[in-house]
Write a protein that binds this ligand. Structure first.
Ligand code: AMP
Length: 338
């Protein structure tokens, strides 16, 4: 068994043990489905989050699951929870890439979804830095290991201050999904591509999104070829994210923020302009991270649920994302090629 296989095989047992030991907090929730833009969005309602005061994160104000969990964590602003010593019940394994980069795999201490875990760089790296070839390879290998064991996960990365991230130490997150993957994957899968090796975008969505279909045989590539392929795909999507951001004269200064979604079939990058959306009906900030763009949103009350539906999920995502400039980008690429 590979190191990724061993980690995947131990997630569920360790999750149950960590929860029973009181080292992991599991917040019960219910899920409502809403069809919009050709996507069957999932809105998760977790009333337990209401009891948590809104914390301040290191760089900005937020209110996601993770951040709600942090409100109770007195150590939040003093220590990086992703540096040793690790809680033994949360620490489920270690990985080392061929380039020598080391990773730690921790269960999410504040989980809404069972078996949610994180791949963390052992040495501190910034959550505002792009995914490195080794990050992509290790994340992908975990997804492959899950599939081999009959499970399906997807990975997501919230990059930058306006992406919905709450921790500054580089971490890629994994949650289990049903066979079809996260809701957005059905739309990506249904795209009929003339050039399957070129980035594309999901035209039904009303916000900028950049997607690439992964080669079907990717899991059987040699490790060098796997690394090259994932890196080239990531960089081509990142170029498009930066180009989309450059077309927005009001984009906040600083490093670009974006969300990454990775399944065994697609990689998606979604540029972000802001972390939260203020629901006019409630005045509450709704934090949106990569999960929102995967089609999975989170609310704390029925009132927020209704407000989100009334505003339209697409409009909320458009507000925290960017306008698509795909048509301009196509023209520019064509002009460059001439
Ligand atoms: P993000 O908010 O996207 O930066 O993700 C941070 C993740 O880390 C969230 O899923 C948190 O619930 C989780 N988390 C926070 N503190 C800890 C901790 N001490 N151990 C494990 N996971 C944590």
């Amino acid at each position: 068994m590979s190191p990724s296989d061993i980690i995947i095989a131990s997630v569920s047992k360790n999750f149950a043990h960590a929860r029973d030991s009181g080292d992991l907090f599991f917040f019960p929730s219910t899920v409502a489905k809403v069809e919009e833009l050709g996507v069957e969005f999932e809105i998760r309602l977790c009333p337990a989050l209401q009891r948590k005061p809104q914390p301040r994160t290191l760089d900005h104000e937020t209110n996601s699951v993770a951040k709600a969990g942090f409100a109770d964590d007195r150590e939040r602003n003093r220590v990086d929870p992703f540096t040793p010593p690790y809680n033994a019940n949360l620490h489920i394994g270690d990985l080392k890439d061929e380039d020598g980069t080391e990773y730690v795999v921790l269960l999410n201490k504040y989980a809404l979804v069972p078996d949610h875990f994180l791949l963390i760089t052992r040495e501190f790296q910034s959550q505002s830095s792009p995914l490195m070839p080794s990050d992509l390879v290790q994340a992908y290998l975990l997804l492959v290991a899950a599939r081999k064991s009959g499970k399906r996960y997807f990975a997501f990365y919230n990059c930058g201050d306006n992406s919905g991230a709450s921790q500054p130490h580089k971490h890629i997150q994994f949650i289990p999904v049903e066979d079809d993957g996260p809701p957005i994957e059905s739309l990506a899968r249904s795209a009929n591509l003339e050039m399957p090796d070129k980035p594309f975008y999901l035209t039904r969505l009303i916000y900028a999104n950049h997607v690439a279909r992964l080669p079907t045989q990717l899991s059987s590539y040699t490790s060098d070829k796997l690394e090259q392929t994932l890196s080239a795909i990531f960089l081509s999507l990142l170029d498009l994210v930066v180009s989309t951001i450059r077309h927005d004269p009001e984009y906040p200064p600083g490093r670009p923020s974006y969300n990454v979604l990775l399944s065994l079939e697609h990689m998606h990058l979604i540029p972000r302009r802001q972390d939260t959306y203020t629901l006019p009906q409630t005045g509450d900030p709704l934090s949106v991270n990569a999960l929102g763009f995967a089609g999975m949103l989170l609310v704390k009350s029925e009132e927020e649920m209704e407000a989100l539906k009334a505003n339209g999920i697409g409009n909320v995502l458009r507000s925290v994302g960017l306008e698509s400039v795909h048509d301009i980008q196509i023209t520019e690429t064509t002009a460059e090629a001439e």
